[in-house]
Ligand binder design. Structure first.
Ligand code: UDP
Ligand code: MG
Length: 307
C-alpha cells in the first residue's frame, strides 16, 4: 500500500500536538493510503518531546526527530522531508492552522488530475494586524518584480507532494533556506487550493514582526540578485550627476569667478552620497554574509534523538 508521511515541525507545541494528532487521525481515517507521522521537534523548551515520545509509544505510525537545539522552521521542514520515506509527503503546522480536511481532496487531485503537488494559500489574513498584512503584500509585490521564481501571495507551507518533488527539494541542500522560493524553483505541476485563515488551536505564534522582516530580507537575498544590480545602477547615476555638476561649476567659475559659498548644500551632498555608499555596501555585505554561511557548509540541523 502506498504511504503518505505527514511532516510536522514543532517548536513549543505541547498543547497543540495532541489536538493536532487527534484531529488528523479523525479526518484521515478513511484515506485509501497509509498515513504516517514524522514530527520534528525543533529544540522545544516545553514538554513537546515527551508528548512525542508518548505518542510514538502508543502509535507505531508516529515517528519523530528531535534536534539538539532550535534550528528554525526551515531546518525542521528540511529534516522532515529528508528523513521521510512516504510516496507522498504533506507538510503541516502543528497548530491546526492548516486544515487537515483538505488532505483527501489534495490526494484526489494528485491521483486523478495529474498534479505533482497541491499547495494551499490563505485568501484572507483575518486576525492579523493590518500593518503586518500590508508589509506581507509589499513583500510579495517586490518578489514578483525582482525574483525569477513565482511566489504566490498568502502561500502556506501546507502542501501535498509526490516523492519526485520531495527528492528535488531535498537535493537543494542550501544552508540559507527559503522554502516559499524553493517550492517554486523546483517547478513541477502545482495546483493551488485557497482556504480561509484559521486561528491557532493552542499556544502562540513564534513570529514577531521583526522576525518576519528578517525572513523577507532572507527571501530576497536567496532568490534575487537584483539589489546588487540596483546598487551598481545607483552608483552610475550618482557619478553622472556629480560629473554634470562638476562641469556646471567649472563653467560657472570661468564666467563669474569662484565664490566660496554654498557649503551647506555641499555638506548635504556629502552626507547623501556617503549614505548611499553605505547602503550599497550593506547590500553587498548581505550577499557576502550569506555566501560565507553557505561556504562554511555547516549542517542544516543536528539530530539528538529519533524514533
Ligand atoms: N516552528 C518551528 N520552529 C521555529 C518556529 C516555528 O518548527 O523556530 C513551527 C511551529 O511549531 C509551527 C509552525 O512552525 O508548527 C508554524 O509556526 P507558527 O504557528 O508560530 O507560525 P504562523 O502560523 O504564526 O505563521
Ligand atoms: Mg501557525
Amino acid at each position: 500500500m502506498e504511504k503518505c508521511t505527514i511532516v510536522v515541525p514543532c517548536y513549543n507545541e505541547e498543547e497543540a500536538v495532541p489536538l493536532f494528532y487527534e484531529a488528523v487521525e479523525e479526518t484521515l481515517k478513511d484515506m485509501p493510503i497509509k498515513i504516517e507521522y514524522l514530527f520534528v521537534n525543533d529544540g522545544s523548551k516545553d514538554g513537546t518531546l515527551n508528548i512525542l515520545r508518548e505518542l510514538s509509544e502508543k502509535d507505531p505510525d508516529v515517528h519523530y526527530i528531535s534536534f539538539s537545539r532550535n534550528f528554525g522552521k526551515e531546518a525542521a521542514m528540511y529534516a522532515g522531508l529528508k528523513e521521510s520515506d512516504g510516496d507522498y509527503v504533506v507538510i503541516m503546522d502543528a497548530d491546526l492552522q492548516d486544515p487537515p480536511d483538505l488532505i483527501p481532496s489534495m490526494y484526489e487531485s494528485v491521483i486523478n488530475e495529474g498534479y505533482d503537488c497541491v499547495a494551499t494559500r490563505r485568501v484572507d489574513r483575518k486576525g492579523e494586524p493590518p500593518i503586518r498584512s500590508a508589509f506581507a503584500n509589499l513583500f510579495y509585490l517586490i518578489m514578483h518584480i525582482i525574483a525569477k521564481v513565482d511566489m504566490v501571495p498568502g502561500a502556506r507551507d501546507f502542501r501535498f507532494m509526490k516523492r519526485t518533488m520531495v527528492d528535488a527539494i531535498v537535493d537543494m541542500g542550501e544552508y540559507n533556506r527559503f522554502s516559499k522560493g524553493i517550492f517554486g524553483w523546483v517547478g513541477f505541476e502545482t495546483k493551488w487550493v485557497p482556504f480561509e485563515n484559521r486561528k491557532r488551536v493552542a499556544g502562540k505564534t513564534k513570529w514577531s514582526f521583526f522576525k518576519l522582516f528578517q525572513y523577507s530580507i532572507e527571501g530576497i537575498v536567496a532568490f534575487s540578485t537584483a539589489p546588487l544590480v540596483w546598487s551598481s545602477i545607483l552608483g552610475i547615476i550618482f557619478c553622472a550627476i556629480a560629473f554634470a555638476a562638476l562641469i556646471f561649476l567649472f563653467v560657472r567659475a570661468l564666467i563669474f569667478g569662484d565664490r566660496v559659498d554654498g557649503w551647506p548644500s555641499l555638506a548635504c551632498m556629502i552626507t547623501l552620497s556617503a549614505g548611499i555608499q553605505l547602503f550599497c555596501s550593506g547590500i553587498v555585505g548581505m550577499y557576502l554574509s550569506k555566501t560565507y554561511l553557505e561556504v562554511k557548509g555547516r549542517p542544516i540541523y543536528i539530530v539528538k534523538e529519533k524514533k
